[in-house]
Design a protein around this ligand. Structure first.
Ligand code: HEM
Ligand code: HEM
Length: 140
């Protein structure tokens, strides 16, 4: 169970990064060329983010680096990353991505819809990149 979840979380990280980059590039070009807003292309990044978040939440309760690590969590930077910084930053990133998508629905023009997704997804992506455990991923 744990090994399977770990592989899933590790694989979905590629899917999420690819999905977000595709969504961002798509809305960026639509924004720059004053094209219409394509909700499905924004949905791609949103679904990848929600899916990975749910798997992350499950792994948090199964992994020795998650809740089970509560007592030793603040003692070294790796433990702190998995116990606190990684989950918290990813939560903020996924909330921002969801806000960007949700907010786009209420914007009056396609330009503003594209801008909403572009801004919030880009901040989300930066946050995600800042707290990926680069010392073990993508190697494992
Ligand atoms: C949504 C964006 C997220 C991304 C892109 C992401 C990415 C990753 C990556 C690349 C790893 C390293 C996997 C490996 O060892 O190869 C990892 C590990 C881990 N993640 Fe996430 N994660 C996300 C969200 C979350 C959330 C929301 C939680 C918890 C609530 C979480 C908890 C964990 C834990 C506990 C590990 C360590 C697993 C272990 O090695 O036992 N992740 N994550
Ligand atoms: C912790 C679990 C989850 C929470 C709290 C959550 C939360 C939300 C919220 C608040 C929205 C509304 C965005 C809006 O205003 O349109 C949303 C939309 C959506 N979520 Fe999740 N989500 C979760 C898990 C998932 C999972 C596992 C999937 C599927 C892979 C998923 C797929 C979607 C889709 C497709 C939408 C867009 C619906 C639309 O087009 O309006 N979510 N989610």
């Amino acid at each position: 169970m744990y090994t399977g979840l770990k592989h899933l979380h590790s694989t979905l990280a590629y899917v999420l990064l690819a999905g977000l980059v595709i969504s961002i590039l798509y809305v960026l070009f639509a924004y720059l060329q004053n094209k219409g807003y394509n909700r499905k292309m924004a949905l791609l990044g949103l679904i990848c983010a929600h899916l990975q978040f749910v798997v992350g939440l499950i792994i948090y309760f199964v992994s020795p680096y998650g809740v089970q690590n509560a007592s030793g969590a603040m003692q070294n930077s790796i433990s702190r990353l998995y116990f606190l910084e990684h989950p918290l930053t990813m939560l903020i990133a996924v909330v921002l991505i969801t806000v960007g998508y949700s907010r786009a629905k209420r914007q009056p023009t396609a330009k503003k819809q594209n801008a909403s997704v572009l801004l919030f997804y880009a901040i989300g992506l930066i946050l995600i990149l800042s707290r990926i455990p680069w010392h073990v991923w993508p190697q494992s």
